[in-house]
Ligand binder design. Structure first.
Ligand SMILES: [Zn+2]
Length: 274
């Protein structure tokens, strides 16, 4: 039984500041260890319920935050930059389940620690078929394309709620409650690990009733940017149409194609963010 684990960092218990999750300072060195422990807790839970093969796709910042020799379950480690499918690189139809570990809320959410949607300087809000989504919902397009259910999300309360909008029945491990974008009430790391371990074990144990992401096809992504220049630039990508001054939309029958278009827009607009 194969599990694909996409790990971010902002959703780790205790993390509330960019300095804690962007290297190379001492704060980052401390918090990356807490992330490693949370990733391992999810792997442990999966193994307890019968997973036999784990692929960890590091999806945070320059995507090399973990120590490969310390990953449990002899997990493979997909790390490093410029991955075409980004946070979902490495997933294919041979997998049985997807885990999202240490995820965070969307830029448009009310309060979520270090919230953003791929690029906080460019993207203000994303709707998928009219539903406000964060990275979990956008990434779900790839899981749907490969026919693999997303069965676990860990992070703060807002992130769990956002993931549940698109992934019915998903197991959630809420390791902190966000007070603002830069404040959270976190579980002790030991408690967080225990919660993640239990939720991961549950998720895999109940895999037979897991559902694919609830995204009707053809699907439409509506992307609102921080300013009109970014929206104009996004329309340089084929299929992307302007809706209003700061908003574009793109529709597609192929969920992975739609995700690729989104990533192209994200990478292109990086060129002119302030
Ligand atoms: Zn991140």
């Amino acid at each position: 039984m194969k599990v694909f684990l996409s790990s971010d960092m902002e959703g780790t218990a205790g993390v509330v500041d960019w300095a804690q999750c962007l290297g190379p300072g001492p704060e980052y060195q401390y918090y990356r260890r807490l992330l490693q422990d949370e990733v391992n807790a999810a792997i442990e839970g999966a193994l307890v319920s019968g997973a036999t093969e784990i692929l960890v796709n590091d999806s945070h910042s320059s995507m090399q935050n973990l120590r490969p020799d310390e990953l449990l379950g002899n997990a493979r480690y997909l790390s490093g930059r410029h991955k075409p499918l980004y946070m979902m690189q490495g997933l294919d139809a041979s997998f049985d389940a997807v885990f999202f570990v240490s995820y965070h809320g969307s830029m448009a959410s009310e309060a979520s620690t270090l919230s953003h949607t791929y690029n906080p300087k460019a993207i203000a809000r994303v709707l998928l078929n009219g539903v406000e989504v964060g990275e979990s919902g956008i990434n779900a397009l790839v899981a749907l394309g490969h026919g693999v259910p997303i069965v676990l999300v860990t992070g703060d309360d807002t992130t769990a709620e956002e993931a549940s909008r698109i992934c019915p029945g998903i197991s959630t491990a809420v390791v902190k409650h966000s007070v603002t974008r830069f404040a959270a009430d976190s579980l002790h790391p030991n408690e967080a690990k225990e919660l993640i371990r239990a939720a991961a074990a549950d998720a895999i144990a109940n895999l037979s009733s897991a559902q694919l992401p609830a995204i009707e096809l053809p699907a439409t992504l509506e992307i609102s940017f921080q300013n009109g220049d970014l929206a104009e630039m996004a329309t340089w990508v084929q299929g992307v149409e302007r809706v209003d001054a700061r908003t574009v939309q793109v529709t597609g029958e192929d969920p992975i194609g739609l995700f690729r278009t989104f990533i192209t827009v994200v990478l292109l607009t990086r060129a002119i963010v302030e």
